[in-house]
Design a protein around this ligand. Structure first.
Ligand code: CTP
Length: 398
C-alpha cells in the first residue's frame, strides 16, 4: 500500500517516543522506506540502536555528525522523502516549527521540507491547552499540515485528559489514506478560485466578506492529491497554499476575473469556490473620505460574474463547477444559478446549517448536477467535503 514511498519519521523528546519504533514497523510492513530524524532528547526515551535496526538506516540526530555521506543531510533527506511524520510532536518542537527556529536535526529538516507533513502531538493536558501551543497548532493547520490526535486518556504524567499521542496504527492509517488517492485527475489542469475579494472604497477602507478560503484551499489540496496540475486564484486569506500548486494572489473581483479568463482556456476543469463581491464602489476615492455630519452614499457598480463568463466560454469537454451559499430557498436558488451560469455542477451550502460554510472547518454540502442529480452529504470536515466534490467532478470527465 505504501510501496515505493519514502517517509521521514521525526521523533521529538516526549515519553510517547517509546511508541515510535512501532510506527516504523507498521510503515515497513505497508511497504514504505523509513528514515528517522530525531532530537537528542528523543533518544532519552528510545534508542538509536532500536531505531536504526528497525528502519535499516542511520538515525539523523546531530547536524554535525560526519558519518553521513552528504554533508547536509537535512537537505538531501528532504529531497528523498515523499512525506514527513512527526510523532511524537512535543509542544517545544511544534513551537520551533511554527516560529521558524532550526537549531537541531529535526527542526532543520522540517524547515527544508516542503512536502506533506503529518503531526501527532503528545504532551501534558495543561501544556496542550496552553495559548502558546494552541496558537502554534493553528499555524500548523494553516500551513496545511495534517494533525492526528492527540487522544484523551490517562497520561504518563498522571493527568487524565487530552494530550496522549494517537496510537501508531492510527498514525499509519492516516498516511495510507493520504496515499490512497486514485489519480482521478492525472494529467488534468484544474483552475480553482478561493477566498473573498476586496474592493477599495478609499485608500483605507474596503468592502469584503467573511470567506476564509478554507473550502477552496481544501479542494486545491484534493485536486493536487488526485494528480492534477492546480492553478489556485485566491483573494486575501490567512492560509498557506499547498506546496505544488500555482498560486495567483489577487485582490479585486476584476483581477480575479482577468486571471480566470486567461487561464480557463488551458484548464480541463474549473471550480469557483471564491466569494466574489457582486459590486464595487463606482469610483474608489483616491484620498481618505473625511468624516462629515451628513449621511454619505456610495454608488456601487456591478462586477463581472466570473463563473457565468467561464460558462459562456466553456468548450466541449471542459467541466465547470460553482458554489451557492444560500440563506433561504437553497435548492431552488442553487438550481437557478446552475442553469443561469451554465455550470456542470453547483455545490450548495446553507448558512442555516450549524458549523457550516464561512470560517468553519466543517461544511454540509449538496452537489447539484446539470443532469438533475442531487447528492447530499452529512456535516463533515472541509477536507472530506473536498474529496466528495472532486470525486463528483472527476466523474463528469468523459
Ligand atoms: N461568482 C463569480 N463571480 C461573481 C459572483 C459569483 O464567479 N461576480 C461565483 C461564485 O464563485 C460561486 C457562484 O458564482 O461559485 C455563486 O456565487 P453566489 O455569490 O452564491 O451567487 P451570485 O450569482 O452572486 O448570486 P446572489 O449573490 O444573488 O446569491
Amino acid at each position: 500500500m505504501l510501496q515505493g514511498k519514502n517517509i521521514i519519521l521525526g521523533i521529538s523528546g516526549g515519553i510517547a517516543a517509546y511508541k515510535a519504533p512501532l510506527i516504523i514497523r507498521l510503515l515497513h510492513t505497508a511497504g514504505a522506506s523509513v528514515k528517522v530524524v530525531c532530537t537528542q532528547n528523543a533518544l532519552e526515551f528510545t534508542t538509536k540502536t532500536t531505531l536504526e535496526t528497525l528502519s535499516e538506516h542511520p538515525v539523523y540526530a546531530d547536524v554535525f555528525d560526519r558519518d553521513f555521506v552528504h554533508s547536509t543531510e537535512h537537505i538531501s533527506i528532504t529531497d528523498w522523502a515523499d512525506l514527513m511524520i512527526i510523532a511524537p510532536a512535543t509542544g517545544n518542537i511544534i513551537g520551533k516549527f511554527a516560529s521558524g527556529i532550526a537549531d537541531e536535526a529535526l527542526s532543520t529538516t522540517y524547515m527544508a521540507f516542503n512536502g506533506p507533513v503529518f503531526i501527532a502531538p503528545a504532551m501534558n493536558t495543561k501544556m496542550w491547552l496552553s495559548k502558546a501551543v494552541q496558537d502554534n497548532m493553528a499555524e500548523m493547520r494553516n500551513r496545511g499540515h495534517q494533525i492526528i490526535g492527540p487522544d484523551e486518556g490517562n497520561l504518563a504524567c498522571g493527568y487524565d485528559g487530552a494530550g496522549r499521542m494517537s496510537q501508531p496504527d492510527e498514525i499509519v492509517d492516516a498516511v495510507k489514506e493520504f496515499f490512497s488517492a486514485e489519480s482521478l485527475l492525472e494529467g488534468k489542469t484544474v483552475l480553482i478560485t478561493a477566498g473573498p475579494t476586496v474592493e477599495n472604497i478609499d485608500p483605507v477602507r474596503f468592502l469584503s466578506n467573511y470567506s476564509s478560503g478554507k473550502m477552496g484551499y481544501a479542494i486545491a489540496n484534493e485536486a493536487l492529491r488526485q494528480g492534477a496540475k492546480v492553478v489556485l486564484v485566491s483573494g486575501p486569506v490567512n492560509i498557506n497554499a499547498p506546496a505544488g500548486v500555482e498560486l495567483i494572489s489577487v485582490k479585486t473581483a476584476a483581477e480575479m476575473h482577468q486571471v480566470c479568463v486567461d487561464k480557463f482556456a488551458d484548464a480541463d476543469m474549473a471550480i469557483m469556490a471564491a466569494a466574489v463581491a457582486d459590486y464595487r464602489p463606482k469610483d474608489a476615492a483616491e484620498k481618505k473620505i473625511k468624516k462629515s455630519d451628513d449621511e454619505i452614499s456610495i454608488t456601487f457598480v456591478k462586477n463581472p460574474d466570473i463563473l457565468a463568463d467561464l460558462g459562456r466560454m466553456k468548450k466541449a469537454g471542459q467541466i465547470l463547477g460553482g458554489f451557492a451559499l444560500e440563506t433561504d430557498h437553497e435548492l431552488e436558488n442553487a438550481k437557478q444559478k446552475l442553469h443561469n451560469k451554465k455550470a456542470d455542477f453547483i455545490v450548495m451550502n446553507s448558512l442555516r446549517d450549524a458549523n457550516s460554510a464561512f470560517g468553519y472547518d466543517t461544511n454540509k454540502i449538496s452537489v447539484i448536477h446539470a443532469s438533475g442529480d442531487v447528492k447530499s452529504f452529512e456535516l463533515m470536515t472541509k477536507t472530506e467535503a473536498a474529496k466528495h466534490i472532486i470525486k463528483e467532478a472527476a466523474a463528469l470527465i468523459k
